[in-house]
Design a protein around this ligand. Structure first.
Ligand SMILES: [Zn+2]
Length: 283
């Protein structure tokens, strides 16, 4: 592991908080057809929290009950309220990274009144540009969320990032294409080294392991390159945390017994091996 170049980097504790699920067939998660049967393959929805001694950064803001109803998802808890499970008050949060503006990542912005929202330039231009003329591309967005983000911009609550940038000491942002035009993920320095919170740069371990991309995609090649970038920036395959994989809750310990199945401490090593080995690849 390479320690952060920036001095005085405190390690972060990282929490994956599960707020919703969707029971779905395998075919909704992979571009290549299932073999031989289209078995159930549910996915989870998360928000993430990075905490050091001095700083709290929230990653993504999830969706609300109205969006859950509209799309047939099961909302287990309000993503903003769920932050209180790890002692974070949403109305005191100052920094929120929006990995991309899909409905399951960029809703609930009004529940973070003091926050600055960190987003890639390309994502803002994508969600307000010509590609949204196409239903298949805009259908993963909620126009009210996008409008809300524009309002935040006009209230000077948006910080733009371009490509790969240091956000704070021990926290870095990384652009990948593929899933959307301006998708970004977060890498965090922890007691066990660099952990990548991939969000939808890698929905499921199996998308990566089988090189079988998630079918909501703008550019397949960029998405596959994104998997490699995630893996390259993590200290090992066990330092990669996918954005929608139910395995995350099984692999990582809860912060306390009563939060089993709800919150996982992904800065800690996995407690068991459940991930299949990633593909060997060069370059
Ligand atoms: Zn997503």
């Amino acid at each position: 592991m390479t320690e952060p170049e920036m001095t005085q980097s405190e390690p972060y504790r990282l929490y994956a908080i599960k707020y919703a699920t969707h029971d779905r067939p395998r075919s909704m998660n992979f571009m290549r057809p299932p073999d031989p049967h289209d078995a159930p393959y549910p996915i989870d929805y998360f928000v993430w929290v990075c905490r050091s001694e001095t700083r709290t950064v929230v990653i993504d803001t999830g969706f609300d009950q109205a969006a859950a109803d509209a799309r047939g998802r099961t909302l287990h808890r309000c993503p903003a309220e769920s932050l209180k499970l790890v002692d974070v008050e949403p109305d005191e949060v100052e920094d929120v990274v929006i990995t991309h503006m899909h409905y399951d990542h960029g809703g609930n912005l009004d529940k973070f009144p003091r926050a600055t929202f960190h987003i890639q330039d390309l994502e803002m231009s994508y969600v307000t540009g010509r590609h949204m003329k196409y239903e298949i591309l805009r259908s993963s967005y909620n126009v009210d969320d996008v409008t809300h983000l524009v309002r935040k911009l006009y209230n000077n609550r948006v910080t733009f990032h371009t490509g790969d940038e240091d956000l704070f000491p021990g926290l870095t942002l990384h652009h990948v294409g593929g899933h959307t035009q301006g998708m970004q993920f977060v890498r965090a320095w922890t007691e066990r080294g660099w952990v990548v919170l991939a969000s939808d740069a890698m929905h499921l371990y199996d998308n990566w392991v089988h090189q079988n991309p998630f079918p909501v995609v703008l550019h397949i090649g960029d998405m596959l390159e994104g998997h490699k970038k995630v893996a390259r920036l993590a200290d090992s395959p066990d330092h990669v945390v996918p954005g929608h994989d139910p395995k995350v809750m099984d692999l990582y310990p809860p912060p306390s017994d009563d939060l089993q199945g709800i919150v996982a401490r992904v800065d800690l090593p996995p407690v068991r091996s459940g991930r299949t080995d990633p593909p060997m690849e060069s370059g």
